[in-house]
Design a protein around this ligand. Sequence first.
Ligand SMILES: [Zn+2]
Length: 429
Amino acid sequence: MSPPTGFCHQTYNFRLDIDKRMWFSDESMTGRPRAPSTPSGSAGTLLELIRRGDATTKPDLVELTGLARSTVSQRVDLLISEGYVIVTGETRSTGGRPPMALEFNRDLGVVLAADIGATHSRFAVCDLNAEPLAEMSVDLLVGDGPDSVLGRAEDAFESLLSEADRTSNDVLGVGVGVPGPVDFFAGRAVHPPIMFGWHDYPIRDRLADRFSAPTLVDNDVNIMALGEHWTLDKPVDDLLYVKVGTGIGSGLILGGHLHRGARGAAGDIGHIQAGATDVVCRCGNTGCLEASAGGAALALQLAELGYETTNSRDVVELVAEGNQDALHALREAGRLLGEALSSIVNLLNPGLLLIGGDLAQPGQTLVAAVREVVYQRSLPLSTADLRIQESPLGDRAGVIGAAALVLDHILHADAVDASIRRPRRTVSA
Ligand SMILES: [Zn+2]
């Protein structure tokens, strides 16, 4: 696959520093997801072991990979000279010279992360562990169109970079989440219902050109799932993240990897048949889960009872005030959601089910209702190890996930190996 038009031209117009060699990889630029790396013992796979904390010394790596000590030593030295790994001191030894303690260099560069929402967006400059170094939240209408919104995003990134004392030359990747369906391979939104003017707009190419770095674009719920998965204390391979806001959507991590499906449409549970069959959904069908249990639907139901509710935030406010009608509506929504999710739990057997979005926030009402129904209706084996809880990251899941999205790509063992293999090039303007 060829790199986006204009990319090479632009890249050769500035002085290139060593950290950015990976950008010359066509594969890096296309955003095509990489297959899980195989334990080949390459420098990239050794880095993975160090990053995950599975290995902190060369003897650890020898033991884990079965490689010869000299091979491990040579590859680790390469990782150190390339800046991927730093030596943080000596470990305690049981005799002889203590081995060096190795650590992934999270400050090798930074990634830019954007979680673009319908009415507000969050931007961050993150280190290579997806930890934000500087971040901001901006009121921004996605319906203003891509030129306006991405222009604001670029300005936000520039000011966050200077706040973090970094420059665009330190940027190793850009991750973006948008509130609509995305063709992940093209890095473009596809007929997004609430993103006026964004259909087929080259989001990825614009930001890749602007920051001369691999850029990946995905839908907001997918990146939220990634953010939660990335920051878990105890790793879980199969995770289902459900966002209940105005609408309802989900992100699936299966076998440790985000599952996008054949065309990137996986996880759209809002349009599963559940609930009242006579309610017309915005998709044109009747009986969709979202049309009965989404925030917009609850606002409508409460408005019919005489409340001044026009959106999910109004519903959240009523619930927070302890309003019984609102609590009842939210509990019913939780039950419907639980019914839909119990089928999905039977099908996919996740280990962790996280509920996020506006409506997950007030107390535990929604989560409690979901929990009750799922444990009741799913098969015992599929719920034996299942935990159901509120999203730990809350409204920061998206921006951390956007960083995780691109970090998974640029720190993949193959990408690291490719960047090490590539000869040094110093190109001046
Ligand atoms: Zn629908």
